[in-house]
Design a protein around this ligand. Sequence first.
Ligand code: CP
Length: 307
Amino acid sequence: MLKGRNLIDPMDFTLEEVEEILNLAENISKKREDYAHLCDGKILATLFYEPSTRTRLSFESAMLRLGGKVLGFSEPNSSSVSKGETLADTVRVVSCYSDIIAMRHPKEGAPIVAADYASVPIINAGDGGHQHPTQTLADLLTIRSIKGKLSNLTIGFCGDLKFGRTVHSLIKALSRYENNKFILISPKELQIPQYIKSEILEKNNIEFTQVENLEQVINKLDILYMTRIQKERFNNEEDYLRLKDSYILDKGKMDRASKDMIVLHPLPRVNEIDYEVDKDERACYFKQAQYGMYARMALISKLLGVI
Ligand code: CP
């Protein structure tokens, strides 16, 4: 039963519950008009303390396409946060004005605090460099729709694996499916956090390797998940400037990959995927952004208990 629940971490839902959401999202994507009034009379609040294009707008689009309404803020200075209001007070108040809240916050763990004080479901729309569970739903839906499965895959994660919250969440989620292998491609300074390695990968005996060179492994991959170097999480600009061009996926590298490999990216992209790759039919990152809206339509409907 998903009604009334929060989504803070990708592991908050069982595999069966995730399947339930993905199945509904798939049905919505095939016949959107059948779901156009599912959330009539309901209100989604989007509280974004950090910038966003896809997550906030796809949440808002999702609710509007379900017949519901939206309110919220896209940057905290336009709200009473700028006067010193706490997160706890904000969500207590916004709970009175809405039926469900999607929030993004720069502090890791902020959605857990929000969930303690809210009287409506809280959805984590990204907390610092920690987790991004609704991007994971988008990613799982994309992979399942295009590859037809979520198991027996070799997935390469490339770029900023230290601060990339979408990577942390997707590794957690894909670790629950059989026989997935991970190739973690990053500079040494931007390797995956130790807790993901020890508590998820090693603890569950999941095969993974850590490498620095994309060209040497690209031919082994079913999925290449590219990520941006997360400028906003660096303590000094010098380190960012040194690392920002670590990986650039271009036609030459794509030529070395299997014809069935797909390229995903949570977006926004800076320069880590050359624009010429967009023309390659294996580039699926814009489809992925669209699947994100269907995944969020399904999630909102399930947490509100309207289906
Ligand atoms: N993928 C993602 O979270 O994009 P935004 O930062 O634009 O929401």
